[in-house]
Write a protein that binds this ligand. Structure first.
Ligand code: FE
Length: 233
């Protein structure tokens, strides 16, 4: 299994990482430390229901300048339903991809922070999701994994874009489930969604702040950033 865990120790190394995966026109301002909880790279998802900022992605905060972002990590990440498919005991890994696995490569990276923008060094993220066909592995741990943040509170997850599945009479939009836990902080259970998904508009569970904008790399992979902000216990 190919596992990739770029070490993101500074804004410049994060840029290098994004270049390495083929993301060429990223808003570097959007990658400034202590950036927004949901960072728009360049709105490449298209058709998203958040209305976008319409600025073509020059500037992640939409205020017209391309300088340093004001810290916005005071806003807590919204929780979202856990759903019925969480499994205890997922393996520790940063890549959920496996040999021969179908699906569009997706890489999301970001940081776990407190409301005062401090990185939470002890945070553990546990991800689980459906496969390309919309099925969960409830017998094993395919597309499930947990990881600890690095020395700067950063994480990187390499996976695939999840498929849609029926929930009652309607399909759920593509989403990745995650719990984020850290000593001294309230645990968070939430879901990450993809801008432009055809079912975003009809899903009863989706929250605007949890929709990731993404860019498409040179080989069709998707790339996004998402920071989690936890409340102190
Ligand atoms: Fe789900």
């Amino acid at each position: 299994m190919k596992r990739i865990r770029p070490v993101l120790t500074s804004s410049s190394s994060r840029r290098s990482f994004l270049r390495a995966v083929g993301v060429g026109s990223v808003s570097l301002a959007a990658l400034a430390s202590c950036g927004p909880t949901q960072t728009a790279l360049n709105g490449g998802g298209g058709g998203d229901e958040d209305g976008g900022d319409g600025d073509g992605g020059v500037d992640g905060d939409g205020d017209g300048d391309s300088g340093t972002l004001e810290p916005t990590c005071g806003e807590l990440t919204e929780p979202n339903i856990e759903g019925p498919f969480f499994s205890e005991g997922s393996p520790e890994r940063t890549s959920l991809r496996e040999e021969g696995m179908a699906g569009v490569l997706f890489v999301v990276e970001g940081r776990v922070r407190s409301t005062d923008c401090e990185p939470i060094l002890g945070a553990v993220l546990d991800f689980w999701q459906a496969d390309d066909g919309g099925a969960y592995d409830n017998a094993g741990f395919e597309l499930r994994g947990h990881q600890s943040v690095d020395g700067e509170g950063a994480y990187v997850l390499e996976t695939i874009v999840p498929g849609h599945y029926l929930n009652g009479a309607s399909y759920r939009p593509a989403h990745i489930h995650v719990t984020v836990k850290a000593p001294g902080f309230r645990s968070l259970t939430t879901q990450l969604y993809f801008a432009g998904d055809p079912y975003n508009g009809s899903d009863p569970f989706i929250r605007q702040s949890l929709i990731m904008d993404w860019v498409e790399g040179q080989t069709g992979e998707r790339e996004a950033t998402f920071d989690f902000v936890l409340a102190r216990a």
